[in-house]
Write a protein that binds this ligand. Structure first.
Ligand SMILES: Cc1cc2nc3c(=O)[nH]c(=O)nc-3n(C[C@H](O)[C@H](O)[C@H](O)COP(=O)(O)O)c2cc1C
Length: 225
């Protein structure tokens, strides 16, 4: 069954509980990544590079981060700042609400810091997904090319959704850039950007039954006379 673009856009969500024992077939992954090459980019420079990580290499990467992460150390070395030092309004409130709603969906109270940290650390277990895609772009690239890579990620996620797969885009990996580079051969002249965990969703997991909201269109779009 093929789904419409609208269905894919509205149906995709960030999945945070996957079926760990259900692998993504290689040919499905190849088909997605092959089609995703059609993503647009300014000047058609196609600034993205992708690494597909699974099996033992993924377990080793996950194990290496597990060995390093603690309540005091939530990241290693990152190469770029994910958010501005001071995230102003309305962005700060949106980000805060997203976090609060996520923890509420799995009954983690505000003051249960260890439980929040444990949930955060699930990022580095790929939330149980069997496969992780990692993305990098040339160090010389500018905001235009970063936006191209964002579109590329969305193209992959929509194509995955079409195939009945779920995804979670993850900047969290960038916080362990130093460890990632030990396990993944990202060339030095590339900045490691983010990952996408990909697999089959665990429909029964409460965290997957929560959906984020969006600001109303009037707040975001101006139709000029
Ligand atoms: C580039 C990018 C990086 C993200 N990084 C993370 C992450 O590290 N961990 C996580 O749980 N979610 C991450 N997200 C998911 C966002 O929280 C999510 O897209 C947003 O809250 C909207 O929800 P939705 O994707 O379910 O529609 C990321 C999303 C994007 C686009």
């Amino acid at each position: 069954m093929t789904i419409s673009v609208s269905d894919a856009v509205l149906g995709r969500y960030s999945c945070r509980a996957f079926q760990p024992d259900r692998p993504v077939p290689d040919n499905t992954l190849k088909e997605i990544l092959d089609k995703a090459r059609q993503s647009p980019s300014g000047g058609n420079v196609q600034p993205w590079r992708t690494w597909v990580v699974g099996s033992e290499r993924l377990s080793n990467l996950q194990e290496a981060i597990r060995a390093e992460i603690s309540a005091e150390k939530r990241g290693g070395q990152n190469e770029y700042r994910i958010y501005p030092e001071k995230l102003g309004e309305p962005y700060r409130s949106r980000r805060f609400k997203c976090g609060e709603d996520l923890y509420a969906a799995i009954d983690i109270p505000r003051d249960d810091r260890p439980a929040r940290l444990r949930q955060l650390a699930r990022n580095y277990e790929c939330f149980g997904a069997p496969t992780l895609l990692l993305f990098a772009l040339g160090r010389e690239m500018q905001p235009g090319q970063w936006s191209d890579v964002g579109m590329y990620l969305q193209t992959i996620m929509l194509l995955a959704h079409e195939q009945g797969l779920a995804t979670c885009p993850q900047e969290a990996w960038a916080q362990w850039n130093d460890v990632v580079r030990i396990h993944i051969p990202i060339p030095d002249d590339f900045i490691f950007f983010a990952g996408i965990s990909i697999g089959y969703e665990d429909k029964a997991a409460p965290i997957n039954n929560w959906r984020t909201d969006r600001a109303p269109m009037e707040e975001l779009v101006t139709f000029l006379e």
